[in-house]
Design a protein around this ligand. Structure first.
Ligand SMILES: C[S@@+](CC[C@H](N)C(=O)[O-])C[C@H]1O[C@@H](n2cnc3c(N)ncnc32)[C@H](O)[C@@H]1O
Length: 235
């Protein structure tokens, strides 16, 4: 479900759209969140089982599907979800799909300002951050990561990221300057370690695998990530 029709459908039937996507996920085994990546969702579950996250933060809410999943996940442990969207239409739709969930806080605006505004209150908490704000002229990824460098107890997952050793995972590249890949972020992550899928793209299904990386902002969580067989530390 992608593109214009999907947006219109979700706009017209916000709650039903969430319900249908969740039902379809049950039938197909492909999640309605995390870019529909099944094995990635397993990797997330392993991380989530080992770290008592207090907050789940997403940039790029879009229609609220990953937000919904994170809210359900956070709800099992009394945690909160913060998600931010710059596009007025998408924000309005997400407000109707997930805006009424008790532990969800939606923000309209730029992801970098959003993360900076959260810093004073949650930067020291245990946070899971899903960076998924892109599609436009300005790619906020580097600036987002510069804010997150000051969040020491944080795990970051970046969607649509180039997996350097497996081109079977798709990634986003808008031009030479704006490619979601390691060289693009290298100057923004300091000494943080980066992890990639430790399995071939085919496990997600041929032609539909999307890349990602996971970053432990401080060494505190590298021990955790090192134990997750689905992830591989990139040297
Ligand atoms: C790939 S979609 C996000 C999908 C969503 N995270 C999910 O898993 O269902 C990207 C979204 O990021 C938003 N976006 C792009 N640039 C942004 C920015 N600078 N700040 C906040 N949101 C942004 C777009 O409007 C779009 O809705």
């Amino acid at each position: 479900m992608g593109g214009f029709d999907n947006v219109q459908l979700t706009k017209s039937y916000p709650k039903a759209s969430v319900f249908v996507r969740r039902a379809r996920a049950l039938v197909t085994g492909k999640p309605y969140y995390f870019n529909r990546q099944r094995v990635r969702a397993c990797a997330f579950r392993e991380i989530n089982a080992r770290i008592s996250f207090e907050n789940y933060i997403e940039t790029g809410t879009y229609l609220g599907m990953t937000t919904h999943f994170l809210a359900k996940t956070a709800g099992t442990r009394g945690a909160r979800v913060y998600s931010c969207e710059i596009n007025e239409d998408h924000f309005a739709i997400a407000s109707r799909t997930v805006g009424d969930m008790e532990n969800v806080h939606l923000h309209r605006g730029s992801s970098v300002d959003f993360l900076a505004s959260l810093s004073p209150t949650i930067s020291k908490n245990a946070n899971f951050v899903y960076l998924d704000a892109h599609w436009y002229e300005y790619l906020p990824l580097r600036d987002e990561l510069r804010v997150l460098r000051e969040w020491p107890n944080t795990i970051v997952m970046i969607d649509d990221f180039k997996v350097p050793f497996d081109a079977g995972f798709g990634w986003d590249k808008y031009d030479e300057e704006r490619e979601i890949c390691l060289p693009h972020i290298a100057d923004s992550i300091g000494p943080s370690l980066v992890y990639f899928p430790n399995y071939p793209a085919q496990r997600e299904g041929i032609g539909i695998a999307r890349g990602y990386c996971v970053i432990a902002v401080s060494t505190r969580y590298t021990d955790v990530l090192d134990k997750i067989g689905l992830l591989r530390r990139f040297k």
